[in-house]
Design a protein around this ligand. Structure first.
Ligand SMILES: C[S@@+](CC[C@H](N)C(=O)[O-])C[C@H]1O[C@@H](n2cnc3c(N)ncnc32)[C@H](O)[C@@H]1O
Length: 242
């Protein structure tokens, strides 16, 4: 009887231990299986700035170090004064404008992107003022800039304050993806809300001189933007329409 009881005690402690081990194994399997979902949830809940910081965390420049071709093609028509580069990212366009003789301010919500902008500026021996800020809430001022650029960032809510920030006779230059951009694509926005609809942009600038408007396909060769892309290209001059 005593032997049977001690066996029972030993057995029950063995069963408890194996039960705990089984639970641990199950928890580990669950954690490993759920890991990607947990990470995904973290990424989704992380702020936009953190997302872009992560994207820019590598040593390479995501969109290369050369400016947008459309900017290069048109730079000669702009007064070489103060330029504001919106959503400047890693600074390829800001640094290019500084090389062309502009006094450049680059805004982006990614501190990491702007850190790389400063590294590029140093390498090219030019100065760029960088501001880590959300362009939606940042005060752009009034009659401050000869040129404002907006490449591959689309938020029409900022247009009124962009035009206010320009000096009379200043220019606003934009290039971004249009609704014709195939979805899903290897590059470009995944959210269709960031694709510009046909003629949508024209409506925002009816009180100003639209000097250039193109709704077209171009072959891009700028870092991860490689190949055929549907883009809108716009140049608006801050000159009133009577
Ligand atoms: C596709 S990248 C383009 C970067 C740069 N314009 C270029 O062409 O190389 C979009 C950039 O917009 C920035 N961005 C997104 N929303 C922003 C906001 N609300 N305010 C400031 N920057 C923003 C991101 O941090 C990112 O650097």
């Amino acid at each position: 009887m005593i032997v049977t009881l001690s066996n029972l005690v030993r057995n029950s402690s063995f069963m408890r231990r194996s039960f705990v081990i089984r639970i641990w194994i199950r928890l580990c399997v669950c954690a490993l299986t759920l890991c990607p979902y947990v990470l995904l949830a973290e990424v989704q809940s992380a702020t936009k700035a953190e997302k872009w910081d992560r994207r820019y965390s590598g040593a390479h420049y995501l969109y290369g170090t050369e400016p947008v071709e459309f900017l290069k093609q048109n730079v000669a028509r702009f007064n070489k004064g103060k330029a504001l580069v919106l959503a400047a990212g890693e600074g390829r366009n800001a640094v290019y404008l500084a090389q062309q003789g502009f006094q450049v301010t680059a805004i982006d919500l990614s501190a990491k992107g702007l850190e790389k902008c400063q590294q590029l500026a140093k390498k090219k021996k030019v100065r760029v003022k960088t501001v880590v800020a959300d362009v939606n809430s940042y005060d752009l001022g009034e009659n401050q800039y000869d040129l404002v650029t907006n490449f591959y960032f689309y938020d029409s809510a900022i247009f009124p304050k962009v035009m206010t920030a320009l000096k009379p006779g200043g220019y606003f230059v934009l290039q971004t993806f249009s609704l014709d951009q195939p979805m899903p694509n290897r590059f470009g926005p995944r959210n269709p809300a960031y694709l510009v609809k046909p003629n949508e942009l024209l409506g925002y600038f009816l009180n100003y001189r639209i000097r250039h408007y193109e709704d077209t396909f171009v072959d891009l060769n700028e870092g991860m933007h490689q190949g055929r892309a549907a883009v809108i290209r716009l140049i608006v001059e801050k000159e009133g329409v009577l």
